[in-house]
Design a protein around this ligand. Structure first.
Ligand code: PA5
Length: 467
């Protein structure tokens, strides 16, 4: 397979584990075949339940169905509804928690202007301001957002003062999201009028095939076709390429086709390529060895761009909920470089030897490199020596410098190389990490789907609330 220029690679060669990797290869190949077969099972055997492998082929399936059915396909509906929302509202609040919000947030931070909400409307080119909520019972944060909407949106007849909501919950009964949604329905009734037909245009639901949210929407008069669906066979934290992530992404003005093309390309590489050209298998194998055989229970995802911090939060959930089971599983930890070299860097270099660091490296910035520049008469900061250097040159030197320093004291690091920050690359990256998590789970003998451990607090909380 010819790799396009925008293909992600994984560089792990400095880890000096070739013998262990070679020994793992037969098992790795067997697990890949197992995962490939699992996605075609008509009947799932009890020992493999829950099984939620639908995310693997979904990106290509969505693209194919868009070609065949156009506006009537899922992706066609995502595009139509997002287009209407953009035309109707200047502010959109995405409600959800965990897998129902972290993917959208990662895409927003990575691919939209860091100050998107502060940009002038013309510069935003019709893309609404985006906010995230519904992931907590945090009274003050919710009040802050309501206050913002109440004070900036006064006239519902003006697009510039209208706000909308995308509410995402696969189960439809997650309390953080459900309670917040109830508050927003109340706000919407006050702002638009409780019987306004407009409310259905301003609130777009994304949920599972059944559940309380779907029932509530039906009671509110939504047609089935206006409720976007997260397929049953896709787990929450694997759902970024369902309407859970795609609808917010389209409202953000992102190219959702390119996202899906990137994800589908990664699935193909995963299924078809040998280990040497297969970043999914490489990442899964290296990190499996580190946590299971080499005593590195802490897995650091070091993002060499502040714009990838939220991607780290998304990966935290993916890894923690998928593999943190039966007393096992690496602990995820996101750091942002070079910022955290001034804090956690001390520990990475000199602290407990319990970590593997996966650097998330951007090969090229998306925007024009900013030069240091020459200031002939005031060189007190002594930067004239570097006057021709740019910020990316400094970033690169810091990465190389810290890699050498870690290597010198046998601190293991590897690099996920992203050619640039684009929809196509983010599609590849997120699909790569989801697939690698499944492979790692199967290597460990742990089901990467389901999250039985988070049910206990929910049960206790309900009992306490009921008094
Ligand atoms: O991975 C998962 O399934 C969970 O983390 C969910 O994404 C999270 O709990 C939110 O659930 P829901 O979408 O049902 O509100």
């Amino acid at each position: 397979m010819q790799l396009p220029d925008e293909a992600i690679t994984y560089q792990y060669q400095s880890l000096l584990v070739p013998a262990r990797l070679r020994a793992l290869l037969p098992q790795l190949t067997a697990v890949r075949s197992q995962v490939a077969t699992e996605r075609e099972l008509k009947e799932v055997p009890a020992e493999l339940k829950p099984m939620q492998s639908g995310f693997i082929d979904l990106p290509q399936n969505y693209l194919d169905r868009l070609r065949r059915k156009g506006d009537a396909s899922e992706l066609g509906r995502v595009m139509t509804l997002s287009g209407k929302m953009k035309a109707n509202a200047d502010r959109v609040v995405v409600l959800g928690v965990g897998g129902s919000i972290l993917g959208a947030r990662a895409l927003f931070e990575a691919l939209c202007n860091r100050h998107h909400n502060e940009l002038l409307p013309d510069t935003r080119m019709g893309v609404p301001r985006i906010y995230f909520s519904g992931d907590n019972f945090d009274n003050d944060s919710l009040q802050d957002l309501l206050e913002l909407l109440q004070t900036t949106c006064v006239d519902p007849e003006l697009r510039e003062e209208r706000w909308g909501v995308v509410v995402v919950s696969k189960s439809g009964n997650t309390q953080e999201t459900a309670v917040t949604y109830r508050v927003f329905r109340r706000e919407a009734a006050e702002f638009y009028g409780s019987h306004s037909e407009r409310i259905k245009e301003m609130i777009l639901p994304v949920t599972g095939q059944d559940g309380r949210l779907r029932e509530l929407c039906k009671a509110d008069g939504y047609a089935e076709g206006d409720i976007l669906t997260i397929p049953d066979d896709v787990g929450g934290r694997y759902s970024v390429f369902t309407p859970a992530g795609l609808l917010p992404a389209a409202i953000m003005g992102l190219d959702v086709r390119a996202l899906l093309l990137g994800a589908a390309a990664m699935t193909r590489r995963f299924l078809d390529e040998p280990f040497e050209r297969n970043p999914v298998l490489q990442y899964a194998a290296v990190n499996y060895l580190m946590s299971e055989e080499l005593n590195k229970p802490i897995r650091v995802l070091a993002s060499w761009s502040s714009k990838l911090k939220a991607l780290g939060d998304w990966y935290d959930q993916l890894l923690a909920e998928s593999l943190g089971k039966q007393g096992r599983g690496a602990t995820p930890f996101t750091s942002v470089e070079t910022r955290d070299l001034h804090s956690r860097g001390q520990q990475f270099q000199d602290g407990a030897r319990d970590k593997v660091i996966n650097n998330l490296v951007l090969k090229a910035p998306r925007t024009a490199p900013i030069p240091v520049g020459m200031v002939a008469d005031k060189n007190q900061d002594e930067l004239n020596t570097y006057s021709r250097k740019t910020l990316p040159d400094f970033m690169d030197a810091a990465l190389r410098g810290v890699t050498q320093a870690y290597y010198a004291t046998a601190r293991p690091t590897a690099d996920i190389i992203l050619p640039v920050l684009s929809e196509h690359v983010m599609g590849q990256l997120m699909q790569m990490l989801m697939l690698a998590t499944v492979i790692e789970g199967r290597l460990m003998g742990i089901n990467p789907y389901g999250q039985p451990g988070v049910e206990a607090y929910k049960k206790n909380m309900q009992a306490i609330l009921k008094g």
